[in-house]
Design a protein around this ligand. Structure first.
Ligand code: GLU
Length: 523
């Protein structure tokens, strides 16, 4: 098993390709690597694998860095931090890759291949027509360097292929055990593309060596890449790091959790599920609960403990408790983790996280694309019309909520203009008009009381409502619900005393009056 203690030489890496936001599975990969590094007092390296220009998405490096920072996962070496093994963008390391390509060409472990993409497509189609799958056949004799140069002079773009050895390769995996892969599974892979850029496989092998990576922890989808990497390490005279391939993350339905799930949901007219880290941020989750939840996707502490902060994880984590079986992403469980975490963190921390949520949502530009229905206007309004003291009280008054949008649903009306309150006809009927307008009668009584009431604290207002119940010999709902409808337009709000205290005397009275007048104006 991989030792994660007593060594100062552990160097792990996360190597994202900048193709968009960080996927939640990628975040799990980062977390496990980060934990291994922190536990061992080693280094966590961030390397940007940006050699595939066709898949490059503008801004995605910044997005990935933001996501990592939000999760609280810092890197010791990498973009913006620097470090002794830089540059950390592969696109800035091309000379290094060329040097090692030359080495392989010279030692006869790699060769130029002259097939054009069209030729390869035809070969693939022919193989499929014949009922098989395409496997590149090494040319015999191999094209010479002179032929490759002549082809290039003619406008062609020869690639460089690595000669895969004709023998089985065993991956010694810290999670899966030994996995042996037969040579028939491989053909000679391209290591330098026609545009002179290295492929992922080659750049990854060179950088894992030059960056002195000791442990490669990545998703199981990379398992079949590892024999290729091991073969190239051997050909280049490099070390082989220790490998661990982590279980794939599945939806509860048994399908692989993928970015495409979002498009699929939209096509069906359903709200897209959160898949990227940023989706969860915009959906109002705390990073604490995301980190806690993803830690348990593949790892278990060996007992029934479930709540872990990052510090507690660093203490408890060990690679030998990472399992082989696929992990299931249980959204209900995540929601309940989030509810618990919101109750667990300090009011200061909750305020900072809520402010971050509001700021992120407010910054989203509404587009015509169908996507999650974000409360952009509400978030902007709350930011403009509140201060830290007010937000802290609102969060306290909404305690028990699952995610931040619940807070906006429950208390967002506090920040509206009085005349922007829209009365829900169902609530009006049920709470105010029913029983010969008993609710309206109650509002008239309360309006007078509110006007003469001096102590506008939550406790005093709660007491006022209770006292009114006693006077009128009625239940709490018969007093509190009409007030709720009058001040919020609906029947959901924090505790009635807290609601009115947060709204203030003037606005409470104005809203109650407006509600009564609207009724009078309705024939
Ligand atoms: N750039 C690769 C990816 O994003 C890295 C895989 C690896 O960790 O080797 O999948």
């Amino acid at each position: 098993m991989m030792s994660t203690t007593n060594t100062n030489f552990v160097r792990v890496r996360f190597a994202p390709s900048p193709t968009g936001y960080l996927h939640i599975g990628g975040a799990r990969t980062v977390l496990f690597n980060w934990l291994v590094a922190r536990k061992a007092g080693g280094a966590f390296v961030l390397r940007i694998e940006d050699t595939d220009r066709t898949r490059h998405v503008e801004d995605s490096v910044q997005k990935i860095l933001n996501d990592l920072r939000w999760l609280g996962l810092d890197w010791d070496e990498g973009p913006e931090t620097g470090g002794g093994c830089g540059p950390y963008f592969q696109s800035e390391r091309l000379d290094l890759y060329h040097k090692y390509i030359e080495q392989l060409l010279k030692s006869n472990r790699a060769y130029y291949a002259l097939e054009t993409p069209q030729m390869l497509t035809t070969m693939r189609e022919q193989a499929e027509k014949a009922g098989g799958s395409f496997r590149y056949q090494r040319p015999d004799p191999l094209p010479t360097i002179a032929q490759a140069e002549a082809a290039r002079a003619d406008g062609a773009s020869p690639v460089v292929r690595f000669k895969m050895p004709d023998q089985a390769i065993t991956v010694v995996d810290d999670i899966l055990g030994s996995v042996t892969i037969e040579p028939e599974q491989f053909d000679d892979l391209v290591i330098q593309k026609g545009d002179g850029f290295p492929t992922y496989h080659f750049a990854c092998v060179v950088d894992d060596e030059l960056m002195q990576i000791t442990h490669v922890l990545r998703g199981q989808e990379h398992l079949m890449n590892t024999p290729k990497h091991i073969a190239m390490q051997e050909a280049l005279g490099f070390r082989t790091p220790r490998y661990g391939h982590m279980p794939v993350i599945f939806n509860m339905s048994g399908t692989k959790m993928s970015k495409r799930d979002k498009e699929k949901a939209i096509k069906k007219g359903e709200p897209p599920p959160e898949i990227d880290v940023n989706d969860f941020r915009l959906a109002g989750y705390l990073p604490e609960s995301i980190v806690n939840f993803i830690a348990l996707l593949g790892w278990n502490p060996g007992d029934d403990r479930e709540q872990f902060s990052l510090a507690e994880l660093t203490e408890a984590f060990s690679m030998d408790r990472v399992g082989k079986t696929n992990a299931k992403f249980d959204r209900d469980k995540l929601r309940s983790f989030n509810t618990d975490w919101c109750a667990r963190v300090t009011p200061e921390r909750l305020l900072a996280a809520f402010t971050d949520y509001l700021t992120q949502v407010a910054a989203v530009t509404p587009t015509d694309d169908p996507g999650p229905d974000l409360p952009i206007a509400a978030a902007k309004r709350v930011l403009e019309r509140s201060d830290s003291a007010m937000l802290t009280s609102v969060l306290g008054a909404c305690a028990g909520f699952h995610t931040f949008p619940d807070v906006l649903k429950k208390a967002g009306f506090l920040f509206l203009d009085d005349d922007a309150i829209e009365f829900d006809p169902k609530a009006v009927k049920k709470v105010l008009t029913k029983n010969n307008g008993a609710g309206y009668a109650m509002l008239n009584v309360l309006q007078a009381k509110f006007e003469s009431h001096e102590n506008w604290s939550a406790e005093a207002l709660e007491a006022l409502v209770k006292q009114t119940c006693e006077e009128k010999d009625t239940k709490m709902g018969a007093v509190a619900q009409p007030i709720r409808v009058a001040v919020s337009g609906g029947t959901i709000s924090p505790g009635i005393g807290e609601t009115l205290a947060l709204l203030g005397q003037e606005k409470t009275i104005a809203r109650v009056k407006r509600c009564i007048e609207k009724h009078k104006a309705t024939p």
